[in-house]
Design a binder for this molecule. Sequence first.
Ligand SMILES: Nc1nc2c(ncn2[C@@H]2O[C@H](COP(=O)(O)OP(=O)(O)OP(=O)(O)O)[C@@H](O)[C@H]2O)c(=O)[nH]1
Ligand SMILES: [Mg+2]
Length: 427
Amino acid sequence: MFTDYAKIIIKAGDGGNGCVSFRRELYVPAGGPDGGDGGRGGDIIFEVDSGLNTLTDFRHIRKYIAKNGGNGKGRRCHGADAKDLIVKVPKGTVIKEMKTGQVIRDMSGKYLRETILKGGRGGWGNMHYATPTMQAPKYAQPGKSGQELEVLLELKVIAEVGLIGFPNVGKSTLLSRVSNAKPKIENYHFTTLSPNLGVVDIDEHLGFTLADIPGLIEGAAEGVGLGHEFLRHIERTKVLIHVVDVSGSEGRDPLEDIDKINRELQQYSPKLSEKPQVIAANKIDLLAKDQEGILEKIKEKFALGNVSVFPLSAVTGKGIRELFYFVKRLLDGLDTEEMVFEQEYYPENDEEKILPYTVKRLGERIFSVEGPRIEKMLGYTNLESEKGFSFFQKFLKENAILEELVKQGIQEGDTVKVYGLEFEYYE
Ligand SMILES: Nc1nc2c(ncn2[C@@H]2O[C@H](COP(=O)(O)OP(=O)(O)OP(=O)(O)O)[C@@H](O)[C@H]2O)c(=O)[nH]1
Ligand SMILES: [Mg+2]
C-alpha cells in the first residue's frame, strides 16, 4: 500500500532529578551536601533513510518516546544521559505540528538529520545550592520534562513534473507511453487511486520524473473526490502538464474543464496554481473534422498567459514527443534547486507559553503550587529558617499565587504542596 501520511506522537525524554544527599563520613557528624545532578533526557531526531519510500511503518507504531535521563545520586554521582531516539523517514517527509498544520521540518534538501525535540535537562543536585548561610540545602531541582508533540507526517512525492486534469482524460495513459510505469488504465472515472511515478525515457536526454495523480473534480480542494488528498504530491513539482480531453467525449466543454481545474489548484494553494503549466490537448484521434476548431480556441485563450498547448493522442502517440521535449526545455530553464518547505513552527517556543506557576486543587483540602519560577526560588531559599520562610510567603503574595489559592477556595489549615514540601495555610 502506498501510505502518504501518518499521525504520530513524539516525546523527548525527561531530565533526571537532582538528588538530595549529605556526605556521611566516619567521625564527621554533619557532612556537606553531595547530591548529584540528573542526566539529560534523550532527543527526538528525525533521519532520512534512502531505503524507505512509504510511511507505512508509522501506521503500526504511533508513539515515539525517547528515554529519560537517570536521577542524580549521592556522592556527587551524575545521573546517566539518555540515548537519543532516531526516527527514520523517507526523503521528502514533511513534519507538521498537528493542531496548526505548520511545518516543523521538511526532511529534504540539506535536511537529512534534524533534532526535532530536545530532551529535558537534568535537575541540579543539592550540592549546587549550598551557600555560606545555608549549608544543608534540602532542595534539589527536578529534571525538566521532555516535550511531547502530536505531529503529522506527510510524504510528498518528489517529482519534477505532475499530470493534472479531470478523471478519464488520459493522464495514466500518457505516463505509460513515456515511461516504464505501468499504471492502471480503464475507461471509467477514478481509475487511479494513488499516485504513480515514472521516469520519462522516450529519449535518454529527457530523464525527468513524472507523477500521475488521481483525477480532480470540482470541489477537489475541499476534499471532494480523491483530489485533495493527492494534490500535495504535486506541490513540489516544477511544471504541471494539464491534460484535457479535447474530444469532449464525456459531453463536457474542454475550455470549461481547464478553468475548473485551475480554480481547484488556486483554492488548494495559490503557489501551486502559479507553477508553469503546459496543456496536453489529448484524444485528438477522436476529434471529428468539424470539431478541430476547438484546438485553435484553446490556443487562442492561452496564448496571452504564455501557456503552450500541445495537441496529441496518448493512444496513437501523435504529438507526445513534441510535448515532452518542450517540457524538458522548460525544466532546464528553471532553477534546479529542490523545493523545500520552510519552517513555520518552532517547538522550543512552546516553552515560553508555560506559565511561571500553576495552582491546582489536588483534593478536598490539598493544593499544589508548581512552576519554573517557584522551582528557582526554592533553590536559593532555606525554608527552615524563619527569614527564608517569610521570604517564601512574601513571594507567594507578590506573585499573586495566594490570590489564586484563595480564588480556588483555600481555607485556614489546608495543605499546600510545593515540590514535595508541605505547608499549612494560614492567612
Ligand atoms: N481515443 C483515445 N482514448 C484515450 C486517449 N488517452 C486515453 N484514452 C482512454 O481514456 C480512458 C481513460 O484513460 P486513463 O489514462 O485511465 O485516464 P486518467 O486520466 O488516468 O483517469 P483517472 O485515473 O480516472 O483520473 C482509457 O479508456 C484510455 O484508453 C487518447 O488519446 N485517445
Ligand atoms: Mg489515471
